[in-house]
Write a protein that binds this ligand. Structure first.
Ligand SMILES: [Zn+2]
Length: 134
């Protein structure tokens, strides 16, 4: 596969265009990649910044958030016996009533598991609502 710019993956069609051709380099959808390139070419002809420049801006935004996170700029709120900290990178740290905690709820639990837990723990539900999860 090395050396070829793309390959076919029939098991995982693109969620956007259902294409099965993938780029070898980053496994992104080949058709969507071409469409983005064409859109960028049209934007450049029209004198508008290509999409990649906006990605650069969002990259800088991420760096800024990571710096803020390193500096401890999370927001902590207490909901009954549950303590939640919302970090600049979007990570939600939760300390549960039983004393256990997770640094990143989205990584620790699947979405259905989070939803189920929120139904059983009103404090957690309040924390998730505060963090904009539900
Ligand atoms: Zn696609």
């Amino acid at each position: 596969m090395a050396g070829t710019p793309s390959y076919l993956d029939f098991d995982r069609p693109c969620p956007t265009c259902e294409g099965v051709r993938r780029r070898t380099r980053d496994r992104s959808c080949y058709a969507c990649h071409l469409r983005r390139s064409q859109a960028n070419f049209a934007r450049m002809k029209a004198g508008i910044a290509p999409i990649v420049a906006r990605n650069w801006a969002s990259h800088l935004d991420l760096l800024r958030r990571q710096k803020a996170e390193r500096e401890g700029q999370g927001i902590t709120r207490t909901f009954g016996s549950t303590i939640a900290t919302y970090w600049p990178t979007g990570r939600l740290e939760v300390r549960f009533p039983d004393g256990s905690s997770t640094p990143d709820l989205a990584k620790a639990m699947s979405a259905p598991a989070v939803w189920k837990a929120a139904q059983q723990m009103p404090d957690l539900r309040a924390a998730l609502q505060w963090a904009g999860w539900c």
